[in-house]
Design a protein around this ligand. Structure first.
Ligand code: ADP
Length: 525
């Protein structure tokens, strides 16, 4: 029994020593104190953390560890201990012997005697200054980061805002442009369009952006061909200088013809990123061109027909006509005065009619020759032409006591014989359609842009407004041939000559005052 007791006492002592050495060697402070806070035990850990040795603090109040100015939380803690509570990981500030404040984490438990009465408290304290500092540093770093993120975010949104404003501005400029603008990325998708583009395609902007341009907006038959050009442009293989035309498909599936001009867009490194195309809707212009071509062809056909007719008329009709006038003249010579008076009159009519018909045929031939016998254009001095026309009209001018004058006249590219005929016809009309007073005819010329405007003005009878529409048509006359002789071909010839020279002809007139005929000839042809 003794032995066993001794053994167990021995064992207990060993166990206590072992516990004591654990306590001593712990890095944590392990402190025993009474319920009023008097320090009973103080291990090496406590010495290390607080700087006091066990001797210095044993018997003193634990309150010496509370820094001045800090709330004394010890009575509060002890109150809870007395109630049997355990306080775990309570973080607070304490002061070391050297006055330095430290952050510590406290776990405080009641100590009970064998009857279970609470007789004191054990405190395990851990210096968490480093951890706190790290935490603080972390928090500060985090705050700093957050602040910077916020700064960055607002900077970014400001930049975005500025970019958006610039984009809006650019878009506005693009939108007022009369041409359609579309930017296509390397993936063939539409990056940007302007309002005109939306109008022509009849889609909203968001329905176009992001779509494959070729697949969505080009008719299938031209898709491949245009894609090839696009690919070459993107690869920098061709210079985007030339215009090219291709149709686009609108929402309703209709096509519109667009004349495109392309530009490549590059990034800072100089790589081609997209193609900017501006396009003009030329559908109507194309249509008008086709229409004009059709009419030109039609005109050429009817001119050719007319020429053919004029040729036939002049050539084939001349022969029977010559026979008629020949035999009538014979009739006149042989039987004049031998038949009755009416017969003489009838013969005179036939002679006259045949002669008129001959003149008409000759004029018609002259008309047909404007197209068929024209000469190439050469520099032609209109003052010489004027002199020539006046020389040809010498007799008429003298008979009518007419005054024919001119301003300085230019040299133009023309068929000299034809423009001489033109001027002669206009001047002779000016003299022929005269009033009582002596006729005055004046020729002048003025340059406007790429054209010379010529005018031939007279002081004659003028032209009735209702006759204006048929003024330049074949055989159209306002007055009877016995009053003012003529066939009504002169102005038709004038028009053909002017048109052959690429110009226009028209007239202004006031009845009883005079007329002014205008024609234009291009400066270079
Ligand atoms: P013509 O002189 O042989 O009648 P034109 O073709 O030269 O044929 O003229 C057609 C018609 O236009 C004339 O008959 C006349 O009625 C009118 N006309 C032409 N020139 C003038 C003019 N200077 N003043 C008034 N009428 C004119």
């Amino acid at each position: 029994m003794e032995d066993i007791n001794v053994k167990s006492e021995q064992f207990n002592e060993e166990k206590l020593a072992f516990l004591a050495s654990i306590i001593e060697s712990s890095d944590d402070a392990i402190i025993g104190k009474t319920l009023d806070g008097t320090i009973l035990s103080w291990n090496m850990g406590a010495q290390k953390i607080y700087g006091y040795s066990a001797n210095e603090v044993t018997g003193h109040s634990i309150s010496i560890l509370v820094p001045p100015g800090y709330p004394d939380d010890i009575s509060q803690i002890l109150k809870r201990i007395r109630q049997g509570q355990r306080i775990e990981h309570y973080e607070t500030v304490r002061m070391r012997k050297d006055g330095k404040k430290i952050d510590i984490s406290l776990t405080i438990s009641p100590i009970k005697d064998s009857t279970g009465r609470i007789i004191g408290a054990s405190t395990i304290a851990r210096d968490i200054t480093e951890r706190k500092r790290a935490e603080e540093a972390l928090r500060r770093a985090y705050d700093d980061l957050e602040m910077r993120v916020q700064e960055r975010t607002s900077e970014l949104s400001r930049t975005n805002e500025a970019l958006r404003r610039e984009r809006d501005k650019a878009q506005k400029y693009l939108d007022v442009a009369g041409v359609m603008v579309v930017i296509i990325g390397a993936d063939q998708k539409v990056v940007l369009v302007n309002r005109k583009c939306c109008e022509i395609l009849r889609y909203n902007e968001h329905e176009i952006i992001g779509k494959n341009w070729f697949e969505t907006f080009l008719p299938e038959r031209v898709r491949y061909e245009v894609e090839v050009v696009f690919t070459k442009l993107m690869a920098g293989e061709i210079e985007p200088v030339e215009f090219f035309e291709n149709p686009v498909l609108t929402r309703s599936g209709k096509e519109r013809m667009i004349a495109w001009h392309n530009t490549v867009l590059r990034d800072e490194a100089g790589n081609i990123t997209s193609i900017l195309s501006s396009g003009e809707d030329i559908t109507e212009r194309k249509r008008a061109e086709e229409e004009r071509e059709r009419w030109t062809a039609e005109l050429a056909r009817s001119n050719a027909e007319l020429e053919q007719f004029a040729y036939v008329a002049s050539h084939d009709l001349q022969e029977p006509l010559r026979m008629i006038s020949g035999f009538t003249k014979l009739l006149e010579r042989r039987y004049k005065g031998r038949l009755d008076r009416s017969a003489d009159e009838f013969i005179a009519y036939i002679v006259d009619g045949a002669a008129r018909m001959q003149r008409m045929i000759e004029d018609l031939l002259a008309y047909s020759r404007v197209g068929t016998r024209g000469k190439p254009f050469e520099p032609t001095n209109f003052e010489d032409i004027f002199d020539q026309a006046v020389a040809n009209l010498m007799i008429t001018i003298e008979e009518n006591k007419a005054q024919v004058t001119h301003d300085p006249l230019p040299t133009v590219m023309a068929d000299d014989s034809q423009v001489a005929q033109l001027l002669q016809n206009l001047i002779s009309n000016g003299i022929k359609f005269r009033r009582e007073e002596p006729p005055r005819v004046h020729v002048s010329a003025r340059r406007k842009g790429n054209e010379w405007f010529f005018s031939v003005q007279d002081n004659g009878i003028g032209i009735a407004p209702e006759f204006f529409g048929s003024l330049f048509q074949l055989f159209q006359r306002e007055h009877a041939a016995n009053k003012y002789p003529g066939t009504g071909i002169g102005l038709a010839i004038c028009r053909r000559i002017v048109e052959r020279h690429g110009g226009r002809i028209w007239a202004e007139s006031e009845v009883g005052k005079g007329s002014k005929f205008y024609f234009t000839i291009p400066v270079k042809k």
